[in-house]
Design a protein. Structure first.
Lengths: 205, 205
DNA sequence: AGCGCATACGTACCTACAGTACGTTTACCC
DNA sequence: GGGTAAACGTACTGTAGGTACGTATGCGCT
């Protein structure tokens, strides 16, 4: 591909202000990902933002940081959505369903971004995947630990359990997004059944 | 980097036999990954195998297929390890612990390969991640469905549950590999507690 | 007002790597 | 013994991440 000319001439732009700030770059990156899939190039993102690559590097700092920033965005959307879904609800199975459904719906609403975040780039993505997961897992672990203590149980399992639940949601979402024969609520019910009651369901007989 | 000269001259090798076959290429790829991390180049793998890139393409067929083949290898090792661990065991919590521990131990024994398989490359890795997961999830779903039916429950949840369990193990493994303050058996116990009894643990009081 | 320095860019380049066209050597078969 | 197929390395192309450098504008200082 020929080098993209951005239509502007070199030099500081008239007005003395930055043409785009960090948030606008991330917005452009999201649009580019939605349009071109998880494999977008930095140049395509820069073009979408109306600037050139060095500006991306000045605002964000390379492909790794871009991936981290976008993953953090998605994680925060999920956390916010989940928090508002279970606000005021007593701990219990129905709250768990709300938690799971809110998570699934947010993922579906940010489909391309989710696919990008879960392994789209070429970086040390195991590390990033873990980083993304920890953003969701950390608040969950805090809640879980607190609840375990309140009900008289050992809170030591909270961290492992939170990663377990986040991992369960991650892969299940990926699977779900490629099959769609199930509503978010339907899948949330199935997962809630496993998480709340466990495999140890006694025989009907 | 300069083009790697492999020491051999062009032309069909004396003896008329292939210098390396598909399995040897995959072995070399594993060694290269163990040595250089998940970001190894195809050239480095070719060098490790003692051949050049076009041979890799002839045997395997590009980066995507290489990733798939390596992921399939890991998946099969995990499945085999798990099957031999629970062979002859009655369904129950202790069998679940064995299942989880065998899974974790195999992942730990193939650390670099696992990191490579869970997002190391630059391809459509969401698809590959799902492909890898399905290799573990499919047999699990069959067992789960069978067991659900045998105990008089709806087997429709089996597929979602199997992906849930595999995803749980995937992310938990990733987290565990970066912290190591827990034995495989210890973590397996914590996960078994969640999976077997669920969150609905009644208050002690 | 005019001069210098910091700021905010785009252009053009370098490098690395996936993927491929082509030539070269050996084996096999009639 | 000659021709074809198999097996392989060399050398190239395209693309994408990352960077050095030149250029135009704003701002403070004299």
């Amino acid at each position: 591909m020929v080098t993209v000319s951005s239509g502007r001439r070199p030099g500081r732009p008239a007005g003395g202000k930055q043409v785009v700030d960090r948030e606008l770059v991330l917005d452009a990156a999201e649009r580019a990902i939605r349009r071109d899939g998880p494999l977008v190039s930095l140049e395509a993102i820069a073009l979408e933002a109306g600037v050139t690559k060095p500006v991306i590097y000045a605002r964000i700092g390379g492909r790794t940081e871009l991936s981290n920033a976008l993953s953090a965005r998605l994680a925060e959307r999920i956390v916010q959505s989940v928090l508002s879904a279970i606000a005021g609800q007593p701990v219990g199975r129905s709250a768990l369903v709300l938690f799971l459904a809110a998570n699934l719906e947010t993922v579906a609403a940010n489909r391309e971004l989710f696919l990008y975040a879960t392994g789209g780039s070429s970086d040390d993505s195991p590390q990033r995947s873990l980083y993304l997961a920890s953003q969701s897992a950390a608040p969950l672990a805090a809640q879980l630990g607190q609840w375990r203590t309140a009900t008289g149980h050992d809170p030591a399992v909270a961290e492992a359990w939170s990663y377990a639940i986040v991992g369960m949601l991650q892969l299940t979402s990926l699977w779900w997004l490629n099959q769609v024969e199930l509503t978010a609520h339907g899948l949330a019910e199935q997962l809630a059944e496993l998480l709340w009651s466990g495999l140890r369901t006694p025989p009907i007989a």
